[in-house]
Design a protein around this ligand. Structure first.
Ligand SMILES: NC(=O)C1=CN([C@@H]2O[C@H](COP(=O)(O)OP(=O)(O)OC[C@H]3O[C@@H](n4cnc5c(N)ncnc54)[C@H](O)[C@@H]3O)[C@@H](O)[C@H]2O)C=CC1
Ligand SMILES: O=C(O)C(=O)COP(=O)(O)O
Length: 524
């Protein structure tokens, strides 16, 4: 049984495929309510309320995936997720329109004082002069962060007859042209905009992008909006400029601390607020819950996820193409690790032929995870392999080569360790499967599976017979056997496969023969 924890409120209709799956147990409770069972859950679905911290990852020892039913993942410690090998996905498109519409509603409300007027009419006041507003028409709207939401706001602003100023250092010329905007500098936006709205993620570069100093550069009487994340507009800086009258008003859907406690911003009449409602529409909630549900189901089914924050994202088509190499790479990493039981400094992977055209970074991570998984006692997968390698001082690299060794595709891993290097080459033959075709300088051809014995020996008469006799004396049946050598009478290798594991006495006996250089068991 797979256990899924849904710890924030989510659309039941969107979650339905998970609720319907007979092999999945869905628990809809907060993290605190299931404190004693956290170790059971395979998947966690959240919105912005649950704080997914390193401490939570430590408690959720079985966790494989976190699904964020929304865009912002600032409530999830991505580094900790990666370290713990947990995939993080989000639902990037589902709430774009809702948030853009909410921002627009806030903008219109702010400039026409709708929330304040609403309160007075309901208190039996009829004060028309106190609420004289400002038109949006003809005003310059500065949009900081021109992604999905920023783009939708621009489209709507144009219909309202507004001029649009955009600041987004990552905005491509193509996208700007398509939407009919041009990028300016932050200073140009600050000095020219009548209204400024922020739509960036909350990251180190955007935290406090509007602060006491930058707000001072804006036009006197500017209106500011934050329907993205608390902290993008520094609250202390905003309070300063509300107090001195520089800012005419602000509309805030988000706060540095949510819900806001003793927050001075709530005391200003010209500040209008909503409780983080940007994505709170029936449509958006259905979209985001359905998106993460499908992604989590795919993931639990071993299929690719398309919106991962800490894994390369793959289409189904690409995933199908990668799969054979993914499995081969994992096994190759595992074989090398078992053959090289010494500290390792470097793992270099080279791709040749058709495999080089695929998403090789994913295959590299699979190889690393196979390699590290055989030598560390924590879960290693494609998510955390790179980080764990770095932590252990192992550098890794990948290279695409135009060499042509005759194989349609070839993966080569070269591992450099203390006084020992090891090279392994593998290929995938369609309809035939994975083959290991080279070890160090030797050509060989074996199927990497089951219990293997790798023997380095002198190419002399009787060595193979002696190995066969020792195994026969121990009643061990040889399933397959391949040999390889570079030159007559020189060094040679054997790779034998068995149906069951070999015991140590047998390998020690084989190692004791003069003509045998080394004996290594490999369990795959
Ligand atoms: N209030 C609410 O309920 C909701 C809030 N959000 C927030 O809105 C944010 C934006 O959402 P989307 O538009 O979907 O994300 P997005 O990823 O499509 O757009 C973000 C844009 O910010 C830009 N950006 C990044 N660093 C920047 C910087 N230093 N200066 C200026 N621009 C920068 C990026 O280039 C990107 O174009 C999310 O990160 C989330 O925090 C999203 C949905 C609902
Ligand atoms: O998607 C986002 O980034 C949001 O801020 C929406 O948050 P919520 O899911 O409504 O808690």
């Amino acid at each position: 049984m797979i256990h899924v924890l849904v710890s924030d409120s989510m659309s039941s209709e969107g979650l339905q495929p998970l609720l319907d799956a007979s092999h999945i147990n869905v628990v809809q409770k907060t993290v605190e309510e299931v404190e004693d069972e956290l170790h059971l859950f395979d998947a966690l679905l959240v919105r912005s309320a649950t704080k997914v911290t390193e401490d939570l990852f430590k408690k959720m020892t079985n966790l494989k995936i976190v699904g964020r039913a929304g865009v912002g993942v600032d409530n999830i410690d991505i580094e900790a997720a990666t370290k713990h090998g947990v995939v993080v996905i989000n639902a990037p498109n589902g709430n774009t329109i809702s948030t853009a519409e909410h921002t627009f509603a806030m903008m219109a409300s702010l400039l026409r004082h709708i929330p304040q007027a609403n309160v007075t009419v309901k208190s039996n006041e009829w004060n028309r002069t106190a609420f004289v507003g400002t038109e949006l028409y003809g005003k310059s709207l500065g949009i900081i962060g021109f992604g999905r939401i920023g783009g939708e706001i621009a489209k709507r602003a144009r219909v309202f007859g507004m001029n649009i100023l955009v600041f987004d250092p990552f905005l491509t010329k193509d996208r700007a042209e398509k939407i009919g905007v041009s990028n300016c500098t932050l200073d140009e936006l600050l000095t020219n905009a009548d209204i400024i709205t922020v739509h960036t993620p909350l990251i180190k570069e955007t935290r406090g992008i509007l602060n006491k100093e930058t707000i001072a550069k804006t036009k006197k009487g500017v209106y500011l909006l934050n329907c993205a994340r608390g902290g993008i507009i520094d609250e202390t800086g905003l309070i300063h400029h509300l107090e001195n009258g520089h800012v005419a008003g602000a509309a805030l859907d988000v706060f540095e601390v949510e819900p806001p406690v003793n927050n001075k911003l709530l005391k200003f009449d010209n500040v209008i607020v909503t409780p983080h409602l940007g994505a709170s529409t029936k449509e958006a909630q259905l979209n985001v819950a359905a998106q993460v549900t499908q992604e989590v189901l795919n993931f639990l089914d071993g299929k690719p996820v398309t919106s991962s924050i800490n894994l390369p994202t793959l289409t189904k088509e690409l995933f199908d193409k990668i799969q054979p190499f993914y499995h081969l790479a994992k096994k190759m990493g595992n074989i090398v690790s078992q053959c090289m039981k010494v500290p390792v400094q470097e793992v270099a992977i080279q791709y040749e032929g058709s495999v080089a055209e695929l998403e090789t970074s994913f295959i590299t991570k699979a190889l690393l995870s196979g390699f590290l998984g055989a030598r560390v006692d924590i879960t290693v997968n494609e998510v955390n392999a790179g980080m764990i390698a770095k932590e252990r001082g192992i550098t890794f690299s990948e290279k695409i080569t135009t060499n042509n060794s005759g194989y349609e595709n070839l993966l080569e891993v070269r591992v450099i360790g203390d006084n020992q290097n090891f090279v392994l080459r593998g290929t995938h033959v369609p309809h035939y499967g994975e083959r290991i075709v080279g070890i160090n300088d030797f050509n060989i051809d074996f199927y990497p599976t089951g219990y293997l014995l790798y023997i380095q020996h002198q190419d002399k008469p009787g060595v193979i017979g002696r190995v066969g006799k020792v195994l026969g004396d121990h009643e061990v049946n040889i399933a397959t056997m391949q040999v390889g050598r570079k030159e007559k009478g020189g060094e040679a290798i054997m790779m034998l496969a068995f149906d069951r594991p070999l015991d140590d006495t047998l390998t020690s006996q084989l190692s004791s023969y003069d003509d045998i250089v080394s004996v290594k068991t490999i369990d795959l």
